[in-house]
Design a protein around this ligand. Structure first.
Ligand code: HMG
Ligand code: MG
Length: 299
């Protein structure tokens, strides 16, 4: 597998956006700082979206400003439109992420527009980002199924992924938003998408609702994909994806990769401390297998 796997830690954004317990900006900042200590170099720290839609991500400007001082680290934030871009830029963002869907039902529920309209909204964001020297990552949601429309054809995913790539996204992350995929489907999807966008520029963003995320990642790694989105503690979910659970846990990914001889640069015990820290804030135990195993061992 080589040693070129890149982990994009999405816990402070995807993880916390779905939590009912309000998490203060201070606790979000402490979580990000603990992830930095653990050796994670790319961390998605918040979103500049409507606070009516996702109140959990209000004050993402405070979080970004507080953490954005580690040389060599990237701190990403989501932006759905120019208004979000403007606010992210004002807060000093150097990397933003736009997010589209492969299915119309989720697009409407999540960002209140059609897939085509969302792409149109991203055009000025990408243009401005290019002029401002800000990198833009893309997401495609519902790549292996939609909570509203059911089955999603790979061709729909390929189409949206190519549009984001053509607009200038440096990488497009494929989101199994509701975690319904299985390895053969994940493999086929990556193969299909890589016909239009280089495999090394595709991310795997797999939620673990049905316990398949690690297996799906392994299939993707075998295909040559090298970018993995994961969330410390297996936190995550989207309020507009009912029933979906968290992202694949970063500690589970790190355990698997290191076990395969892939160096991640992540210190597992520091990562566990970050996971336990945010679990304490949320008042619940981490759901990830590795965190549970290591916590049990420590007891
Ligand atoms: P809308 O209602 O169609 O937008 O929402 P609008 O332009 O009509 O604006 C409505 C109000 O929102 C206005 O305020 C705007 O100013 C405000 P009001 O006049 O009512 O007081 N507004 C904003 N405020 C702050 N920041 C902004 C912004 N834009 C408008 N950027 C909109 C459209 C996209 C804004 C809304 O639907 C929204 O914010 N949705 C957020 C959805 C979201 O964050 N979902 C979770 C992230 S996606 C995800 O989790 C999937 C992913 O993990 C991958 C995967 O797993 O598949 C990435
Ligand atoms: Mg997600």
């Amino acid at each position: 597998m080589g040693d070129q796997v890149r982990i994009v830690e999405v816990g402070p954004r995807d993880g916390l956006q779905n939590e009912k317990t309000p998490v203060s900006a201070e606790a979000r900042i402490a979580f990000v700082e603990n992830l930095v200590k653990a050796g994670l170099g790319i961390i998605e720290v918040g979103s500049f979206v409507s606070p009516k839609a996702i109140p959990q991500m209000a004050n993402s400007d405070q979080v970004l400003r507080a953490v954005d001082h580690h040389p060599g680290h990237e701190f990403h934030v989501l932006v759905p439109n120019e208004k979000g871009y403007e606010a992210a830029k004002a807060a000093g963002a150097k990397v933003v992420a736009v997010f589209a869907s492969a299915s119309e039902g989720f697009s409407k529920a999540n960002i209140n527009c059609t897939v085509a309209e969302s792409i149109q909204r991203f055009v000025p964001v990408l243009e401005r980002a290019k002029a401002d020297g800000i990198k833009v990552r893309g997401y495609v949601s519902c790549v292996l199924g939609c909570p509203y429309d059911g089955e999603v054809k790979p061709s729909a995913v390929v189409d949206v992924t190519k549009k984001l790539w053509d607009l200038g996204c440096y990488e497009v992350s494929l989101g199994d938003t509701i975690g319904v995929g299985t390895p053969a489907k994940a493999r086929a999807l990556l193969r299909a998408t890589a016909s239009e966008v280089p495999m090394t520029n595709l991310g795997m963003h797999f939620h673990d609702t049905y316990g398949q995320a690690l297996a799906n990642l392994y299939a993707g790694l075998e295909e040559g994909a090298r970018v993995i989105d994961s969330a410390a503690g297996g936190l995550g979910g989207c309020p507009y994806a009912p029933g979906a659970t968290g992202n694949v846990a970063t500690e589970d990914v790190v355990y698997m990769l290191e076990g395969m001889g892939v160096k991640t640069g992540v210190d597992m015990m520091q990562l566990l401390a970050a996971t336990n820290g945010i679990a304490d804030v949320l008042g619940k135990k981490p759901v990830s297998r590795v965190a549970s195993a290591l916590n049990a061992k420590a007891r």
